[in-house]
Write a protein that binds this ligand. Structure first.
Ligand SMILES: *Cc1c(COP(=O)(O)O)cnc(C)c1O
Length: 480
């Protein structure tokens, strides 16, 4: 018998570690507190890139030394989405609260695949909140996933179970009678819907892309027409995917009209609400999402408008039993008990393809509790107000033109000129390299647009002013 423990990977000198930990935390807090004073983004110097071509580290290094490498070679060259001048793609800004919660989650190192422990209860608490937010019933199930891409994929699989029965899991699509199944979404839908069709074995040829109206919303009349044509041709419509906040322009489909059609045609009604769904937290925006409560499933991200650090996607399913029947499987090593650590079934692993899962629920729980949903909703509404401010400035400036209506938080515009596509692509690259602002680009009606998606709670008028002034200045130098 010995009371000595063998050496493990934890430090031998906890007081030294404590000092180091404080410095690491302080450095990160300093970085975030002064974020606006730095460039949004900067190109990675060759020397820094080279730094990450090193050989496998056989020998140990001091924590302080490795942290110094982080400060010098990683921190300055991030994607920039914590910066108020970041307006590219649809990236959340994150918060210090979320960061601290993520650190605690790592300390706890819980595996959220299942079993009976408090972190699982926290994830169940989030499900309760999510049900309340979207008016879903008590039987609804939910699951944290990486992001909306995965959530949409899960929704397609659950819809497939609904139409073919759990038999499809064993028999496969054809033997289970899946030939001829077709699904519908709009041309403005995110590409991951197509990918979900491909990965589910249904094939993206079975996805009908319905035209949108002038506002970028799926046209219900055209949808009805496409369904009728498919039925006439012997196809079997089974799934309708609406979008609450399209990635290009932020358009919200007429969800109530789509819910009516789905009900009449007996289609599974899924909504991709990646960023837009959380607009339910802002009273002035919530009415635009009317009908969301009638969906069969809903995919969204806490890591976009919810400001929870990456990653934190979510899938919500009205009929929890069909959701479970899509994934749950009996495995001896996952045996459920009524007592002890192996109790508490069903487990999260019964509702998706992941077994080991991190504690995404904790940073979400902290974010919702610390800020409260009123304040989160107000931050969401403010990003839309910033978009309207940018829209007004663009309309007032003759050298600029607006390329799409601003429905939410996304503004698509461009500088006028000959060869405007090339000019505006160059302006955006100039903006990135200058570190002044980071919008992205998209194509609207064949025209390359500068696309400012305002998601970060830190973005304010001076950031919009800087984007506009730099856009005009870069255009002027390019035309000289
Ligand atoms: C961001 C986004 C997605 C993809 O979500 P991820 O979290 O990046 O996987 C899907 N649909 C829409 C409308 C989006 O904005």
């Amino acid at each position: 018998m010995t009371t000595e423990r063998p050496p493990d990977l934890d430090p031998s000198d906890w007081p030294v570690l404590r000092g180091q930990a404080h410095r690491m935390l302080d450095d990160m807090l300093d970085h975030l507190a002064s974020i606006a004073e730095r460039p949004v983004w900067r190109p990675i110097p060759d020397g820094v890139r080279e730094h990450f071509r090193a050989d496998l580290p056989r020998r140990e290094s001091g924590l302080a030394e490795v942290h110094n490498e982080f400060l010098g070679q990683i921190l300055p060259y991030g994607p920039g989405n914590t910066h108020p001048g970041f307006m590219g793609w649809v990236h959340g800004g994150g918060t210090v609260v979320g960061m601290l919660a993520e650190m605690l989650a790592a300390g706890l190192n819980a595996n959220l695949g299942g079993r009976d422990h408090a972190p699982i209860e926290v994830e169940r608490q989030i499900l309760l909140w999510v049900r309340q937010m979207f008016g879903y019933p008590e039987q609804a199930s939910g699951l944290f996933v990486t992001g909306t891409s995965m959530a949409n994929f899960i929704a397609v699989l659950v819809a497939r179970t609904r139409v073919l029965g759990p038999r499809v899991r064993g028999a496969g699509l054809t033997a289970a009678g899946g030939d001829g199944l077709v699904a519908y979404t709009s041309v403005a839908a995110h590409g991951c819907i197509r990918q979900a069709m491909e990965m589910s074995g249904l094939g993206s040829d079975a996805l009908r892309l319905i035209a949108t109206d002038a506002g970028g919303r799926l046209d219900p009349a055209k949808l009805r027409h496409a369904i009728a044509a498919d039925r006439l041709a012997g196809k079997r419509p089974f799934l309708l995917v609406g979008t609450a906040g399209t990635v290009d322009t932020g358009a919200i489909d007429d969800l109530a009209a789509l819910a009516d059609i789905a009900a009449a045609e007996e289609l599974w009604f899924h909504i991709d609400g990646a960023f837009g769904a959380l607009a339910v937290l802002a009273p002035e925006l919530a009415p635009r999402l009317a009908g969301i409560e009638r969906s069969d499933s809903l995919a969204f991200d806490f890591h976009k408008w919810g400001q929870v650090p990456y990653d934190a996607g979510y899938i919500l399913v009205r009929d929890g039993e069909t959701h479970r029947a899509t994934f749950a499987s009996p495995a001896a090593y996952l045996r459920r008990e009524t007592r002890g650590l192996a109790a508490g079934s069903p487990w999260p692993c019964d509702f998706g393809p992941d077994l080991s899962r991190g504690f995404r629920a904790l940073k979400t729980w902290f974010t919702f509790k610390v800020y409260g949903t009123d304040r989160l909703g107000a931050a969401i509404a403010r990003t839309c107000a910033m978009a309207r401010y940018l829209e007004r400035c663009v309309k007032a400036e003759p050298r600029l033109e607006l390329l799409a209506p601003v429905g939410l938080n996304i503004v698509c515009f461009r500088h006028r000129g000959d060869d405007a596509d090339a000019l505006n692509a160059a302006i955006v690259a100039d903006l990135h390299e200058s570190g002044l602002a980071a919008p992205s680009t998209t194509t609207i009606d064949g025209k390359l647009a500068i696309r400012a998606a305002i998601v970060n709670h830190r973005t304010a008028e001076p950031d919009i002013d800087r984007l506009l002034a730099a856009t005009l200045a870069f255009a002027a130098t390019r035309r000289e």
